[in-house]
Design a protein around this ligand. Structure first.
Ligand code: NDP
Length: 247
């Protein structure tokens, strides 16, 4: 079991939705959090204040992780502030849904850039620090859509499936170090991303979920903490947190 008190985590897109829940849950376990955001500084400042109230240090860094120079700046800022990086949670993500026939090249590229290329950007900058850590962790937030596809989501499904392949391959390459690399595949979770789905479609989705409800962001966050604390011998895996919709 790894002791995570006083470790340093970078959470991309850590200010809202699932990322905010991950930042909060790590902080509750005494982890210092570098909370990355892209456009919503208000949400990031609020999250930092909430974590500080727990008596834990947090630091918000603006960076568009789809840009390699921004991702480098994010990792450098974390190292400058805390001197180390132990945990990298690649959580930032967007959707631009459209059937493939109508999908613009711009929406294809943007979704691949933010959901997949960002992970190359952050991981390549953070890897030297993570392999030096006592119990380094990379946790990639993929999606059930990367496992079973999604109507109108060729771009998003390709990015999220890509993350799973990336996770397994990097896990193989780093298995001899103290770094583990895993993916979490959430099902349908109640965040603003899912709020964009029309109510009728959402009702239909809920009916298909064996547990008959959306997941909560904190249920994904608890998976992250589990992998950080108890995941010494878990690498290259997909942790499915989805109410049973994909087994
Ligand atoms: P939200 O839309 O609620 O939040 C997205 C977060 O990502 C925000 O903090 C946002 O920051 C950040 N972000 C977006 N683009 C960038 C960028 N270019 N650089 C840095 N940060 C960025 O999403 P969720 O919380 O729902 O999703 C989080 C992750 O979980 C995503 O990867 C998503 O694909 C995945 N997921 C979500 C599911 C769901 O049902 N909600 C299901 C399966 C997977 P800002 O606000 O500052 O722009």
């Amino acid at each position: 079991m790894a002791i995570i008190q006083d470790k340093v985590a970078i959470v991309t897109g850590g200010s809202r939705g699932i990322g905010a829940a991950i930042s909060r849950e790590l902080a509750k376990n005494g982890v210092k959090v570098v909370l990355n955001y892209n456009s919503n500084s208000e949400a990031a400042d609020k999250m930092v204040a909430e974590i500080n109230e727990l008596g834990v240090e947090a630091y918000a860094v603006q960076a568009d992780v789809s840009k390699s120079e921004d991702a480098k700046k994010l990792i450098e800022a974390a190292v400058e502030r805390f001197g180390q990086v132990d945990i990298l949670v690649n959580n930032a993500g967007i959707t631009r849904d459209s059937t493939f026939k109508k999908l613009s090249e711009e929406d294809w590229r943007q979704v691949i850039d933010v959901n997949l290329n960002s992970v190359y950007n952050t991981t390549s900058a953070a890897l030297p620090f993570l392999t030096e850590a006592e119990a380094g962790r990379i946790i990639n937030i993929s999606s059930i859509i990367g496992q079973f596809g999604g109507f109108g989501q060729t771009n998003y499904a390709a990015a999220k499936a890509g993350l799973i392949g990336f996770t397994k391959s990097l896990a193989l390459e780093t298995a001899k170090t103290n770094l583990t690399v895993n993916a979490i595949c959430p099902g349908y979770i109640g965040t603003e991303m899912v709020a964009a789905i029309p109510e009728k479609v959402l009702d239909g989705l809920k009916a298909k979920i064996p547990q008959k409800r959306l997941g909560k962001p904190e249920e994904i966050a608890k998976g992250v903490v589990f992998l950080c604390k108890d995941g010494d011998y878990i690498t290259g895996q997909q942790l499915n947190i989805n109410g049973g919709i994909y087994m």
